[in-house]
Design a protein around this ligand. Structure first.
Ligand code: SF4
Length: 472
C-alpha cells in the first residue's frame, strides 16, 4: 500500500515531516524517503526500511536537512520521492496507488517522445512514480499534467508533488486512498492518516474529495481542480490497513471495527455455554473482537500476545515465507488462558489462510478445546486492482478461490463467482464449509457485506467493495 505526508511551513518543516512520515510506517515495508525544498534548493534522501525502521534510518541525517516545503513517504514497492527536472521546472514527487497498464503507457511514452526510464526497481519493473512523472510531463502545466496522468492510468494513483512554489496534492480519481489536510499557526500539512498530525499540533482542516487537486503553501490550501461526484474509497482501510486512531471520511477506524464485531455477534447469537472467551488476532482483529464481546456478553480475552518491542511492522520482509515465519515468532501464548478453553477467534479478514491456520493449530497445541473463527469481512474473492493489496499476489492464492477451484475446476464463469459471493446462496455455504475443513476450525463465519458497509456507515455507493463482490 504505502503512505505519505507533506508539510508547508513558515519555519523549517523537517521535524514535522520526519514524525509525520514515521507515523505511516504501518502502511509499508520496503522503502522510505523524504524530500525538502529550502534555502539551498532540493534535498532528498531514500532508505531501505526492510531491516530497520524509518526513524533509525533517517534520524541522523535530518539534522543536515532544512526546508519550508517537504514531502515524505513509506513505500511498499518503489524507491521514492523522485526528483524530476522537466519543462515544468524541477519538482519532487511521491505516489500511492497501482498502475495496471504500465506496459502500454511505458511503450507509448518511449516511442512517442524518444524518452527513457531510469528507475528500474529490481532491474526489471518501471518505477510507478517515474511513470506518473512522465505522464505529467506530457502536458503544458502541472495541473493539466496531473489530470492527464489520472485519466490515462488504469488503477488508482494519489500524488504529492513538491515545487519551489508549493506542494500539489492530488487525490486519486475515485478517492480510493485519502488525502487529509491539517492546519496550525505555522502552516499546513497533508497526510494519508489523519492521526499523524495531531501530536504535531495540527488540527483537521479538510479532506480532499475524489480527483481533487490542491496547492498547499505555508499560507493556505487552494483547490485547483474540483472533486468529482463519484467516490469509491477502499473499505479495507477501515477493516485492516488503517491505524486504529485514524478516521476516513469522518469515520473512526477503531469505532468501525467495534461496529463490525457488534453486527457479527448480533447475527451469530452465540451460546455462552459453547464459547468461553472472544479473542482477536493482534493487532487489527482486536477491536473487531472487543465489539463482538461487548454485544454477546462473552468475555474478551487475550490468549496470546504479540511481542512488539523489537518487532515493529516495518521489519516485515516482503517474501511471504519469511513474513509467515516472523508473524509466528511474534506471537506468545498465555497457557493459563488457553488450556481447556473454547475460544472464538476473530481476524480482520482471511486472505490466503496460512497464518490463521497456523495460529489455530498453535492454540490447539497450547491446549484449546475449540477454536471457532470469525472474519470481520466477507470472503475475499477478487484480487485488488487499485492499491497493491500487499497480502495477496494472485487471485488463485486466495483461499476462497482455491476452494472454489476444487469444486468447479479452473474455468469458473463470473456469474458463478458472484453466486459464491452471495451469503444467501448454497454455493456460499459449500465454500465456507470447504474453507473450515481445510483450516481445521471448529466453526467458521464471515461478516456479511451489507453488515460490513453498515459498520462503516457512510453512503454505500461511496465504498469500494471490489475484492468481495467483484463490482467496480
Ligand atoms: S478492491 Fe478491496 S482492497 Fe482494493 S481498493 Fe477496493 S476495497 Fe480496497
Amino acid at each position: 500500500m504505502g503512505g505519505y505526508f507533506a508539510a508547508a511551513s513558515k519555519r523549517d518543516c523537517v521535524f514535522d515531516l520526519f514524525f509525520g512520515t514515521d507515523y505511516h510506517s504501518h502502511l509499508g515495508t520496503r522503502r522510505a524517503g523524504i524530500a525538502v525544498y529550502g534555502n539551498e534548493g532540493f534535498n532528498r534522501s531514500i532508505h531501505n526500511i526492510e531491516s530497520a525502521p524509518f526513524r533509525t534510518k533517517f534520524e541522523n541525517e535530518i539534522h543536515d536537512m532544512m526546508g519550508y516545503l517537504g514531502i515524505g513517504c513509506i513505500s511498499d514497492y518503489d524507491p521514492q520521492p523522485l526528483i524530476v527536472r522537466s519543462h515544468h521546472g524541477t519538482y519532487a514527487i511521491t505516489t500511492v496507488g497501482r498502475i495496471n497498464n504500465t506496459n502500454e503507457l511505458t511503450e507509448e511514452i518511449i516511442h512517442n517522445n524518444n524518452m527513457h526510464f531510469l528507475e528500474m526497481s529490481g532491474g526489471k519493473n518501471i518505477n510507478s512514480t517515474e511513470l506518473v512523472a512522465a505522464l505529467i510531463n506530457q502536458q503544458d502545466n502541472l495541473v493539466e499534467g496531473i489530470k492527464y496522468a489520472q485519466s490515462r492510468i488504469d488503477g488508482s494513483m494519489s500524488i504529492l508533488l513538491l515545487t519551489p512554489k508549493g506542494i500539489f496534492l492530488a487525490r486519486d480519481k475515485l478517492g480510493r486512498t485519502p488525502i487529509v489536510v491539517g492546519e496550525k499557526l505555522d502552516g499546513y500539512c497533508a497526510s494519508f492518516e489523519s492521526f499523524a498530525y495531531l501530536n504535531l499540533g495540527y488540527h483537521d482542516y479538510k479532506e480532499l474529495g475524489p480527483g481533487e487537486i490542491c496547492i498547499m503553501t505555508p499560507n493556505g490550501v487552494k483547490t485547483l481542480a474540483k472533486p468529482g461526484k463519484k467516490m469509491r474509497i477502499c473499505t479495507f482501510l477501515w477493516c485492516y490497513y488503517g491505524y486504529p486512531s485514524t478516521s476516513y471520511e469522518g469515520v473512526s477506524v477503531e469505532k468501525m471495527r467495534y461496529n463490525c464485531g457488534h453486527l457479527m455477534a448480533k447475527r451469530d447469537q452465540p451460546d455462552p455455554n459453547e464459547i468461553d472467551m472472544v479473542a482477536g488476532v493482534p493487532d487489527s482483529g482486536t477491536a473487531h473482537a472487543i465489539g463482538y464481546a461487548n454485544e454477546s456478553g462473552i468475555p474478551f480475552s487475550r490468549p496470546f500476545i504479540k511481542y512488539t518491542p523489537t518487532w515493529p511492522r516495518s521489519f516485515m520482509p516482503t517474501y511471504q515465507s519469511a513474513r509467515d515465519l516472523i508473524a509466528k515468532m511474534k506471537i506468545i501464548p498465555v497457557h493459563d488462558l488457553i488450556d481447556g478453553q473454547k475460544i472464538l477467534l476473530i481476524d480482520d479478514s482471511i486472505v490466503r489462510g496460512t497464518q490463521l491456520r497456523e495460529t489455530t493449530q498453535f492454540l490447539y497445541r497450547s491446549g484449546a478445546k475449540d477454536v471457532h473463527v470469525r472474519a470481520a469481512c466477507p470472503p475475499i474473492m477478487f484480487g485488488c486492482k487499485y492499491i497493491n493489496f500487499s497480502r495477496s499476489t494472485s487471485e488463485m492464492e486466495l483461499i476462497a478461490r482455491r476452494v472454489i477451484t476444487q469444486e468447479e475446476g479452473l474455468d469458473v464463469e463470473r456469474d458463478v463467482l458472484y453466486d459464491y459471493a452471495n451469503p444467501d446462496s448454497d454455493r456460499y455455504h459449500t465454500m465456507i464449509e470447504g474453507i473450515r475443513k481445510q483450516q481445521g476450525f471448529s466453526s467458521l463465519g464471515y461478516n456479511r457485506l451489507d453488515d460490513l458497509l453498515d459498520a462503516v456507515g457512510i453512503d454505500k455507493e461511496n465504498l469500494c467493495t471490489y475484492c468481495w463482490n467483484g463490482k467496480e
